[in-house]
Ligand binder design. Structure first.
Ligand SMILES: [Zn+2]
Ligand SMILES: [Zn+2]
Length: 358
């Protein structure tokens, strides 16, 4: 089998194409990549000096979909199937995994970090990280398998954050930062029956959200924290919702300003879910958690067992993906990374092997 991966050799250095022979070991499969989304985390590795667990050279990319073309011993049942590869693949056997706490599995493997990732024609991954995909069902909602790659991270990560927060019908959810992950967070929260307030500093991102995803959209640029909180309270009260307590706040911007904004929205019994990542530090009065009897929850990836449920939201049209992705040839990875880094993509860039070059 002929396979090529585009490897990171050093921070900011051109990606180097390397041919390799993909071989599936026991309980592993070879996936022919349909598409692999470019995530903020990839940019962190490539531009910001965040270290990968696997030494360089390494192909990045953990938002992978494709077709199983070869199986190792014990994984034969996957042959020929269309799949999404979980961005974080827990071992499934340790104490944490057995208790359903896969996110903290110490033996977990992340493609594009612990092992070669999806900016390649093929990847070799543990079969326990696979989620089967109904391609005909995708087509019915205007999506192909390459486009469904974003389910591997951008959709499932907020899905787990929302289930972990216990969000449900009648709840009031505030999503801070609605590009990429946050946009899906808003859509999923609405699908769970919550009333959603979307906050961003970019009007285009707010406007791009589907009508059903947000009951109120606020541009927080230049708004004082008190004003922001007051306007949300007014809205909640007018809707007959809890206006002074138990807000569920999802911080998806991964910026210092966004984290400060999110923390400032805490009220009695509130839940703050930290979904976005930044290396920056923020100054907060941590005791507000105590005084408000509030809680803060981190979220790392998504357990593979939750992927079918998250995918179901996409297949039923309750979470729309097609308008938020842009396909680019994998062979143009250098130019696409540069453009994403410069903020020239409004939508998620998905690298597709063999796509006709522009
Ligand atoms: Zn990611
Ligand atoms: Zn484990």
């Amino acid at each position: 089998m002929r396979a090529t991966r585009w490897q990171m050799t050093g921070p900011g250095a051109p990606f180097a194409a390397a041919e390799f022979e993909p071989v599936a070991g026991a309980d592993e499969v070879v996936v022919a990549v349909a598409g692999c989304g470019i995530c903020h985390t990839d940019l962190g590795f490539y531009y910001d000096g965040v270290r990968t667990n696997h030494p360089l050279p390494l192909s990045l990319g953990h938002e992978i979909s494709g077709w199983v073309v070869a199986c190792g011993r014990g994984a034969e049942s996957w042959q020929g199937r269309s799949v999404i590869v979980a961005a974080v693949i827990p071992c499934g056997e340790c104490d944490a995994c057995r208790r359903g706490r896969e996110a903290i599995c110490a033996q977990q493997k992340m493609p594009g970090n612990d092992l070669h990732g999806g900016f390649a024609t093929h990847v070799v991954v543990p079969a326990r990280g696979l989620c089967p995909v109904d391609v005909a069902g995708l087509a019915a909602v205007g999506l192909d398998l390459a486009g469904a790659s974003v389910v591997a991270d951008a959709v499932t990560t907020p899905y787990q954050a929302i289930t972990q927060a216990g969000l449900g019908a009648g709840d009031f959810a505030i999503i801070n930062g609605v590009g990429g992950v946050g946009g899906y967070c808003a859509q999923i929260a609405a699908a769970f029956g919550a009333t959603v307030v979307a906050i961003d500093v970019n009007d285009d991102k707010l406007a791009a959200l589907p009508d059903t995803a947000a009951a109120l959209r606020i541009n927080a640029r230049g708004a004082a924290p008190r004003e922001l909180k007051a306007s949300i309270q007014t809205f909640a009260k007018a809707r007959g919702l809890r206006d002074r307590s138990e807000w569920t706040i999802f911080e998806c911007s991964g910026t210092r300003a966004g984290q400060e904004t999110a923390f400032g929205l805490l009220n009695h019994g509130a839940t703050l879910a930290v979904v976005g990542f930044t290396m920056d530090k923020v100054e907060v009065r941590l005791s507000n958690l105590m005084a408000f009897h509030a809680r803060a929850l981190g979220n790392w990836g998504c357990a593979p067992r939750l992927y079918p449920q998250a995918l179901e939201l996409v297949l039923t049209g309750r979470v729309r993906v097609a308008p938020f992705i842009e396909r680019r040839p994998l062979e143009e990875i250098d130019a696409v990374f540069d453009a994403v880094h410069r903020g020239q993509f409004e939508r998620r860039a998905v690298l597709v092997p063999g796509l006709p070059q522009s």
